[in-house]
Design a protein around this ligand. Structure first.
Ligand SMILES: Nc1ncnc2c1ncn2[C@@H]1O[C@H](COP(=O)(O)OP(=O)(O)OP(=O)(O)O)[C@@H](O)[C@H]1O
Ligand SMILES: [Mg+2]
Length: 369
């Protein structure tokens, strides 16, 4: 999408789009990729999967992993986009649904910006088209007065469009997608015309399976999608790896000095989150109560990023227990009543007794008081 007004350099942008942030990797993949590409795809399905999962090309170019998780899921997701079915990424909060959809669109179409954000107030125009009222009043309905939606643009350009939080969109508005996904056309009755999707068009939707209403996705619409469920990280090691990578990337984009070694603190945050999420300590011996929040990997990433900023600006530059304690407390205690009780109990029965965790216990006590 072209920038509005005078554009600052890509390096100045607070959060570059995936296709800009990883332009060099995408170009390297495109140059080495000699496998067949579906119509209007920038890369072959194999190269798209490599972009997401990471790897080393024959000439030594390193592709960083964007998504850490089961390879097969990524392969199914990419393959779906090459068929006539749309892709639905489903999962609990913070399982990288939005992240994966952005990177898929960037790798497949070279453009991740065609996006409809689903909310309870998303109108039909956001999925079909709207009108430029000045034009409409002056000249009546015409091609010039029509304002295409991101979906319509993807249909005419043969690219990927993303719909975030599909299940939050009111049912009748969701159903607008049925004709688009099954007939691949978008009628414009006002003009007596239609838009026919060209090859390369597809749609990636994300939905949170904690949201109420996920089952309200009409069966007619659901049949148009292949669903891929993104899981929580399978092991603590995988989760520590994800958090470490993302914190490093985010830290660099915020110009935070890179911490010498934050792995110990990251491991502790991940352990606490997993134990509270699972309702069981990692040795499987002690049951603990779960708080009301989700304590996702995404939240662990922001707790650690916040801790790094604290240690950089107010500490000695080394990530310590005191830098993450307040963040952990904030993530765990969402409901000041019940969650606080859950947290205190966990702190006193698990954290306090754990070997080598005394500094963490003290830091948590200090902020919990
Ligand atoms: N398996 C994973 N691999 C790589 N990054 C991950 C993984 N899980 C979570 N993340 C990171 O978590 C962050 C949040 O992910 P994202 O916003 O895409 O989650 P989401 O599933 O869309 O959540 P929500 O349901 O709240 O919208 C991203 O920065 C992403 O990099
Ligand atoms: Mg999301």
């Amino acid at each position: 999408m072209p920038a509005f007004g005078e554009q600052t350099s890509a390096a100045e942008v607070l959060r570059p789009h995936a296709e800009d942030a990883f332009a060099a990797e995408l170009a390297a993949l495109a140059a080495r990729d000699d496998r067949p590409r579906p119509a209007r795809w920038k890369l072959s399905p194999w190269a798209v999967a490599t972009y997401l999962l990471g790897g080393t090309l024959p000439d030594g170019t390193v592709i960083t992993p964007k998504y850490v998780g089961p390879r097969r899921l990524v392969e199914v997701a990419v393959t779906t986009l090459a068929t006539d079915r749309a892709l639905l990424l489903l999962g609990v909060p913070g399982t990288a649904k939005t992240w994966v959809s952005e990177h898929l669109a960037a790798a497949v179409s070279g453009d991740s910006t065609l996006l409809v954000q689903g909310t309870a107030g998303t109108p039909e125009e956001a999925i079909r088209y709207g009108w430029d009222y000045a034009q409409l009043l002056a000249h009546g309905p015409s091609r010039d007065a029509l304002v295409p939606s991101p979906v319509m643009r993807a249909m005419t350009e043969g690219t990927t469009v993303r719909v975030e939080e599909l299940t939050r969109i009111p049912a009748d508005v969701q159903d607008t997608l049925i004709t688009i996904l099954s007939e691949k056309t978008l009628p414009i009755p006002e003009l007596g015309q239609e838009v026919q999707a060209v090859r390369g068009f597809n749609l990636i939707a994300t939905a949170n399976d904690r949201d109420r209403g996920v089952n309200d996705l009409s069966s007619a619409l659901r049949r148009r999608f292949n669903t891929v469920v993104l899981p929580l990280p399978a092991s603590p090691e995988a989760e520590v790896d994800i958090v470490t990578r993302r914190v490093d990337q985010i830290g660099r984009s915020l110009d935070l000095p890179s911490a010498p070694d934050g792995t110990d603190e990251i491991r502790r945050v991940v352990t606490v989150f997993r134990e509270l999420r699972d309702g069981l300590t990692s040795d499987g011996r002690t049951k603990v109560k779960s708080p009301s929040g989700t304590l996702s990997t995404a939240e662990a990433i922001s707790v650690v990023t916040g801790g790094l900023a604290l240690s950089a600006h107010f500490g000695d530059g080394v990530l310590r227990a005191g830098d993450v304690a307040a963040g952990v407390l904030g993530a765990v205690v969402r409901d000041p009543g019940t969650d606080r009780v859950v947290w205190q109990e966990y702190l006193e029965t698990v954290v306090r007794e754990r070997d080598g965790w005394q500094d963490f216990y003290r830091a948590c006590r200090e902020v919990s008081a």
